[in-house]
Design a protein around this ligand. Structure first.
Ligand code: ATP
Ligand code: PMV
Length: 494
């Protein structure tokens, strides 16, 4: 049987950090071209043996033996030199659900000769500073292209420097979904659809596994982006997982009634979103990681202590976050109505600073409308930054610390830069920008992407390194052909 390969994208939360934890507010999440790939193959080992490899890491082979009777149990073999809770829980829960849905005999036959699983993530998920330094390359997008795909990191997983793209959510989603396909629980046709029962089953199970592995129920936007792609996300009520997450000694509980796509308690909402045509999201890894859980804890504590002030801030941010999504979507519409004029506008915007976009009237009302919409995006994104800084000051948490403010202000004053900020929970470790990126610009001008790269590579006060991600247009998890992904076959050969 051929390999089953499923990839899932990473994410960037461009608006809605902290608010998205509350069902009353939504977050704007962009899925990334950088993906995790899980390759599942039948092996010739022995019945019930599952071998999982992550060839980008040192000591990253885990063997599990599966018992299906009297209930599903997946056990680490004593020879394993390390453990991987995320992988282990994904196997245990997916096999348990598969047995409930198709019976133990079906799963037993699928495992009759054992299976081999390989997991790799695009280079962007892990900081490539050390690679660039060892190759003697400057920190640019062109240099990143010279690093082989799925390059080994040279360290165990526990020591790798992650970039915040949501490696664990993308990993769990690709692993869970590939197993559901390989075990014939979800038909491949379901993944050809943006929304289908199979995709929703994969979502619910991946959310559950991710919560179990992290020991808490988060907002889940990272898993939903890995499953569905870019969207505006409203979280599910954590009550859906309460019983399963409770430490219950009365033995294994049934998963299907809870994971079922028809279970209405999964009340997450996903509304369509995509960045405007001819723009590009840029992401930088800034070298000074912050501890997201502790930032989140402090902000939430402050919100409880000062509910009145926080309430006002949350509602105004809630409104402008939505406005950002709507204005970006409006641009997509404007492009489809007037593609040629839209492209002309982009040429103009690419060569002019945002603060000067509206200083002169445009040639036609349509042009004026398009340029005004871009100007609105700029102003909304600046307003979001300012409110997030306020949240930081009030809660005593460095959400957009001064060092990041200085760098972002410099980036946002460059020609063709539309918006930007600190993604997710903020802190010191990353920034995102949206820049104009039409196919042509006047030959006397530099492209905004290149201008920004120059700013980053010459910036002195912080150590900034670009990531190669752009927005993924494919809607979330998808089936892949192994030879269509450059470097994949080679990366998993052992
Ligand atoms: N390539 C991989 N193969 C197997 N497991 C992986 C891989 N990458 C990540 N993991 C699992 O995910 C865990 C990291 O999860 P954690 O929740 O700490 O990161 P994260 O919040 O997703 O990070 P980031 O958003 O920065 O990528 C690792 O300990 C490991 O179990
Ligand atoms: C603060 C929060 O809203 C966003 C954290 O995002 P990230 O993991 O920093 O991308 C927490 C969450 O939604 O899980």
């Amino acid at each position: 049987m051929d390999a089953t390969v499923v990839s899932s994208p990473g994410k960037v939360l461009i608006a809605g950090g902290y608010l998205v934890l509350d069902r009353a507010y939504a977050g704007v999440v962009v899925s990334t071209s950088s993906r995790f790939y899980t390759v599942v193959q039948n092996s010739v080992a022995r019945e019930g043996l599952i071998t999982v490899r992550s060839p980008q890491f040192v000591s990253a082979i885990w063997e599990y033996s599966v018992k299906l009777d009297p209930s599903v149990s997946v056990e680490n073999l004593p020879a394993n030199t390390s453990k991987n809770k995320f992988v282990h829980l994904a196997l245990q829960s997916t096999l348990a659900l598969a047995c409930e849905m198709k019976g133990a005999a079906h799963v037993k036959s699928k495992l009759s000769s054992g299976i081999d699983v390989s997991i790799v993530g695009d280079n962007d998920f892990y900081s490539q500073r050390a690679q660039l330094a060892s190759l003697g390359l400057p920190r640019t997008l062109a240099s990143l292209e010279k690093i082989p795909p799925f390059v080994p990191t040279g360290v165990p997983i526990s020591e790798v420097h992650k970039t915040g793209l949501g490696s664990s959510a993308a990993l769990i989603t690709s692993l869970v979904t590939s197993l559901l396909l390989h075990l014939s629980i979800v038909p491949p046709a379901d993944l050809a659809e943006n929304d289908s029962e199979g995709r929703r089953l994969a979502h619910n199970l991946s959310q559950y596994v991710h919560c179990l592995a992290q020991g808490k129920v988060g907002s889940g936007f990272d898993v939903s982006a890995a499953v569905f792609g870019s969207h505006v996300y409203t979280r599910f009520d954590p009550a859906v997982l309460q019983k399963l997450m409770a430490d219950d000694s009365s033995g294994p509980q049934l998963l299907l009634p809870i994971m079922s796509p028809s279970n209405q308690a999964w009340n997450y909402k996903i509304s369509n979103f995509q960045l405007p045509p001819m723009t590009r999201m840029m992401l930088a890894d800034v070298d000074a990681g912050s501890d997201t859980p502790s930032l989140v804890g402090q902000v939430l504590t402050w919100r409880k202590e000062d509910p009145l002030t926080a309430g006002v801030l949350w509602s105004s941010l809630g409104v402008i976050n939505q406005l950002l999504a709507q204005t970006l979507l409006k641009l997509k519409e404007q492009h489809s109505k007037n593609p040629a004029i839209y492209e002309d506008c982009l040429k103009f915007l690419s060569t002019t600073r945002a603060t000067e976009w509206l200083t002169e009237p445009r040639n036609s009302p349509v042009e004026q409308t398009i340029v005004s919409s871009f100007d609105e995006v700029y102003r909304i994104s600046q307003a979001i930054r300012s409110k997030m800084r306020e949240m930081g000051t009030l809660s005593g948490v460095p959400i957009e610390p001064d060092e990041q403010t200085k760098l972002l202000d410099l980036c946002l004053s460059q020609p063709g830069v539309i918006g930007g900020g600190v993604p997710g929970a903020g802190g010191y470790d990353a920034l995102w920008l949206l820049v104009c990126d039409p196919s042509e610009i006047p030959s006397t001008n530099q492209r905004p992407v290149d201008i920004v790269q120059k700013v980053w590579s010459t910036y002195q006060d912080l150590d900034v390194s670009p990531l190669s991600v752009v927005e993924s247009m494919a809607k979330g998890a998808r089936i892949e052909q192994i030879d269509m992904i450059p470097g994949l076959r080679n990366a998993i050969a052992h």
